[in-house]
Design a protein around this ligand. Structure first.
Ligand code: V0D
Length: 251
């Protein structure tokens, strides 16, 4: 039992999702509602990343994957993209010490080499400065798309076959898992729950292979309006569902 001080949310400590994945949607809408530029929503959204990361780490989540930038997001106005690309640097100065305090390690998946040099440096620094942390993994999906990820995995596996390291008959789900960008997470690769904020009920090219058995939670709350408390309520919603793996009851 875990009691949240203000609202007395009671979480079952024995049923905390190990891997939580979040599509952080609604930043632009949050800003527009307030007659603010869209980038104000991204800035507030970054602060929410901080709060949700600490909350997730406190309740014992092992991996928190955040969809921060998709391979499609480049189509947005240049000013907005430029601002978003400055967020890892802003995040770094403010938040890396707090991550270290909480024993959280930052990891990234996606086409990181295509990011602006300053963004890539901030991301690499966040990863290296927290690489000694052994607690929760904060896994950012940056310039990520799942079809690209799967295409890449097919290429890698084909090359192994071509190099006589692997027979086509040996290709199984484990081999595919290992060659996806989540491969390093090993048995934690698949999210137990995917959360999407802001009322949209789509997957938008996020972790297509890994979500085969995930619970889906959609909330109307816009990402910048998410608080520690609303996050804990989403975890509570996860816990209220009876998970079934192809006929097997409760995991
Ligand atoms: C904008 C809401 C933190 C969604 C959250 C480059 C969109 C704020 C990071 C971040 C973004 C990533 C890696 C890292 C440190 C911080 C971030 C992007 C967008 C895309 F090592 N927030 N954040 N990255 N947003």
């Amino acid at each position: 039992m875990f009691l949240n001080s203000k609202e007395s949310i009671s979480l079952d400590v024995n049923n905390v999702p190990k891997h939580v994945a979040i599509i952080m949607d609604g930043n632009g809408r949050w800003a527009q509602k307030r007659h603010l530029p869209r980038i104000a929503g991204h800035k507030k959204g970054m602060n929410v990343v901080e709060d949700v990361t600490i909350a997730a780490s406190e309740i014992g989540v092992k991996v928190l994957t955040l969809y921060a930038f998709s391979t499609e997001n480049w189509k947005r106005p240049e000013d907005e993209v430029n601002y978003i690309m400055s967020l890892p640097e802003k995040f770094f100065d403010k938040f890396v010490p707090k991550l270290i305090e909480n024993n959280v390690s930052v990891r990234v998946m996606g086409l990181i080499d295509q990011l602006p040099a300053s963004t890539k440096k901030a991301v690499d620094d966040a990863v290296s400065k927290t690489s000694h942390c052994t607690g929760m993994i904060l896994n950012f999906a940056l310039n990520y798309g799942s079809r690209m990820e799967i295409t890449d995995a097919v290429k890698k596996i084909s090359q192994q076959v071509k190099d006589n390291q692997l027979l086509p008959s040996e290709i199984d789900e484990k081999i595919i898992d290992a060659n996806l960008m989540t491969g390093y997470l090993e048995e934690l690769s698949d999210p137990d729950v995917v959360i999407r904020t802001s009322g949209e009920e789509r997957i938008s090219n996020f972790l297509l292979w890994q979500i085969a058995y995930s619970e889906f939670i959609f909330t109307d709350i816009l990402w910048p309006d998410i608080t520690k408390n609303s996050f804990l309520n989403l975890i509570l919603e996860y816990q209220s569902r009876n998970r079934r793996f192809g006929g097997l009851k409760n995991k």
